[in-house]
Design a protein around this ligand. Structure first.
Ligand code: GSH
Length: 219
């Protein structure tokens, strides 16, 4: 049994790391947390901000999802997920690795506005609208990049599809994907991957997104 441990909250950004671990196919252990339990002192010793994901691999502890992606590829890529320095698609691979975090900022803001903030009087329709528009711009960029390709890079599925694919998967709770047919087809394609399906919340697990769609409040 490998020593890899992933700290995870279902449907959060740690789903990227979980999906990638399933794509790699190594043995690992998942510690599932509720979003409300992340400030426990024991967990703060692993992730100093009390967020997910965090990955522990023997003496290595990492707490940024992009860094976890790069680390897992460098250490354990079975051959097709990484684009290493010197590879023709290295620059594009890096760009999408980090673009996932640009999407992540908008998704986090929308999740905070629609879900984490409990009282309507505390929500901001301006922020909701602005962040939804900014997320749509990201989808437009992905739409152009995909063109007729099944995945982001010409050589097929790579680890960066776990970051962007997760972003698209969550984005559909806040924006309509139908103006982006290549993105919608990409989402359908990733939903067909066994490793993606294994990273979805287990039956009965707490979920962040309980509704299929969160319209800009108050409509
Ligand atoms: N840039 C970090 C962001 C981590 C992050 O903010 N994770 C969210 C879940 S998507 C979280 O743990 N939120 C709980 C909190 O802020 O209390 C990464 O990609 O790992």
């Amino acid at each position: 049994m490998s020593g890899i441990v992933l700290h995870h909250c279902p449907e959060s950004r740690s789903m990227r790391s979980l999906w990638l671990l399933h794509e790699i196919g190594l043995p690992f252990r998942v510690v599932t947390h509720a979003l409300s339990d992340l400030r426990d002192p024991e967990y703060l010793a692993i992730h100093p901000l009390g967020r997910v994901p965090a990955l522990v691999d023997g003496p290595v502890t990492l707490f940024e999802s992009g860094a976890i992606c790069e680390y897992l590829c460098e250490q354990y890529d079975p051959g097709m997920l990484w684009r290493w320095p010197g590879h023709a698609d290295r620059a594009a691979w890096l760009q999408w690795l980090h673009f996932a975090e640009t999407m992540g900022q908008h998704l986090a803001a929308l999740t905070q506005q629609h879900i984490a903030i409990r009282e309507d009087r505390d929500r901001s329709p301006v922020v909701m609208k602005l962040e939804a528009r900014r997320l749509e711009k990201c989808l437009g960029v992905i739409e152009s990049a995909l063109g007729d390709r099944p995945y982001l890079l010409p050589g097929g599925f790579t680890a960066v599809d776990t970051g962007i694919g997760y972003g698209v998967h969550v984005a559909r709770h806040f924006v309509d994907l139908s103006p982006y047919p290549a993105v919608a087809a990409y989402h359908a394609r990733i939903e067909g991957r066994a490793a993606f399906r294994r990273s979805l919340p287990q039956e009965g697990a707490p979920r962040i997104y309980s509704r299929p769609f969160y319209a800009i409040w108050p409509g």
